[in-house]
Design a protein around this ligand. Structure first.
Ligand code: GLC
Length: 441
């Protein structure tokens, strides 16, 4: 590694330092003051290279807010930051009998990348014996979280967990959800009163439209009215999706959880068996033979969602496709509108640049996100596509170096958008530069 890369790593560490609150790391200084679930998992992977204590606290602070039924919340609110929408008063999460004591949280989840992060944090610990204490605390929470997903979100036992709100995908405003949101015809009195704060912090044009936001808010109100009873939600919720990214991360995390189970003397086989079931279901139900990638499935309309996002390629990260399918996916990433073969766009935009709903700057509708590049980089390396993985590593470095640690980047110009000093961009830059030797997993 040269001096350029070393300097960039130091800058990335400063971003994390700036956002550190003493208990967890804010995803971004102004737009995201609370603790976010998958952000913290990704952030802990960055810390795992140089600060074991913080890597562990980051995850434990989140796991501590787990609900009694195993639900790991998308947001753990920090009471010092009151001016946030939707805050605890909108979620009414504490009215659920399952809500945790001592923490205010939202009532949805985010992609389950936590066991994968915990494994990296544990395995990289400079002193494994000391890190066992961390693992012994984290493991029961992680196991309960996975139990929750398979019990409550996969009632038919298919091996695929559903998400019930676009926010649960982590890709809040992706074109994947357009058709479902469009068919939600809301009456005036069904739209809750709310006041957004995001549009006062970053450019309004980059953020979700108010029509989309009405529907996001409607879904939250529905969950609160149903007291977060999952069986009731399942019956009434117009948004139920088996998402490729969510299930790929679940599958991969299930394998990692099995390894952690062995470490703490628990039986790894149930975790391994579930991970295999999820892999088979992804490959059977969600594979799109026509285009050579995976598709989300809309459980309400009972049909696949024919929208092509970077996230649809995440089964590579979980080792799901066989070599032939992986080849077709790489072809798509190179020849479709994802820019993996070089040329005029930075790889990989979150949504196909030739897709109907593409925008280079709108939230999840086209910009490059560092976490997507990172997942795909590791996935490609796992399948032996070292050169393509190298291009993604270079893209991560170039975007952060030239534009700064933004939340997302215009794939045409590389210009940064959204939050400045974005923590997971910094954390994953650190890992992209320092973690290459583990890229095959
Ligand atoms: C946005 C992103 C989500 C992320 C959160 C905090 O809502 O869509 O994935 O977790 O910001 O960074």
């Amino acid at each position: 590694m040269g001096p350029r890369e070393r300097a960039l790593i130091e800058q990335a560490k400063l971003v994390l330092e700036f956002n550190w609150t003493g208990g967890y790391t804010k995803p971004g200084p102004r737009l995201y003051p609370h603790q976010w679930s998958w952000d913290s998992a990704l952030i802990s992977i960055g810390y795992s290279h140089y600060d074991q204590g913080r890597a562990e606290s980051e995850l434990l602070h989140l796991l501590d807010a787990r609900w009694r039924n195993g639900l790991l919340p998308q947001i753990v609110f920090n009471p010092s930051f009151g001016n946030y929408f939707p805050g605890p008063g909108f979620w009414h999460a504490q009215e659920s009998p399952d809500a945790p004591e001592g923490h205010k949280t939202s009532g949805v989840v985010q992609p389950p990348v936590h066991a994968t992060a915990a494994r990296l944090v544990y395995e990289r610990a400079p002193d494994r014996r000391r890190a066992r204490g961390f693992l012994e605390r984290a493991y029961p929470h992680l196991a309960a979280w996975h139990d929750y997903l398979y019990r409550e979100r996969d009632p038919e036992g298919e091996g695929l967990a559903y998400i019930r709100h676009p926010w649960e995908s982590g890709m809040d405003n992706a074109p994947l959800w357009d058709a479902i949101l469009q068919r939600m015809h809301l009456r005036e009195d069904e739209i809750p009163a709310y006041r957004r704060v995001d549009v006062h912090t970053v450019s309004e044009q980059d953020r979700p439209t108010s029509a989309a936001y009405d529907r996001f808010a409607y879904l939250v109100k529905l969950f609160a009215e149903l007291g977060y009873d999952e069986a009731g939600i399942r019956r009434r919720c117009p948004f139920l999706v088996q998402d490729v990214l969510f299930n790929s991360l679940l599958c991969r995390a299930g394998e990692d959880l099995a390894e952690l189970a062995s470490e703490v003397g628990e039986d790894p086989s149930p975790h391994r068996e579930r991970a295999r079931r999820t892999a088979r279901a992804l490959d059977g139900k969600l594979w799109d033979e026509e285009h050579g990638t995976y598709l989300d499935y809309d459980l309400v309309a009972k049909r696949p969602i024919h929208v092509y996002c970077a996230a649809n390629f995440l089964p590579l990260f979980a080792g799901v496709p066989d070599a032939g399918k992986a080849r077709r996916m790489v072809d798509f990433l190179e020849r479709g509108g994802f820019g993996l073969s070089g040329g005029h766009i930075k790889p990989v935009p979150s949504y196909d640049v030739r897709g109907f709903g593409f925008s280079p700057t709108q939230y999840w509708r086209g910009p490059v996100w560092i976490n997507m590049d990172w997942f795909l980089m590791r996935g490609l390396r796992r399948y032996g596509y070292g050169e393509q993985a190298g291009r993604l590593r270079d893209a991560i470095v170039e975007l952060c170096e030239k534009s700064g640690f933004y939340e997302y980047f215009d794939p045409a110009t590389g210009q940064g958008h959204g939050s400045v000093l974005f923590s997971w961009s910094a954390a994953l830059l650190i890992d992209a530069l320092l973690g290459a030797e583990e890229g095959d997993r």
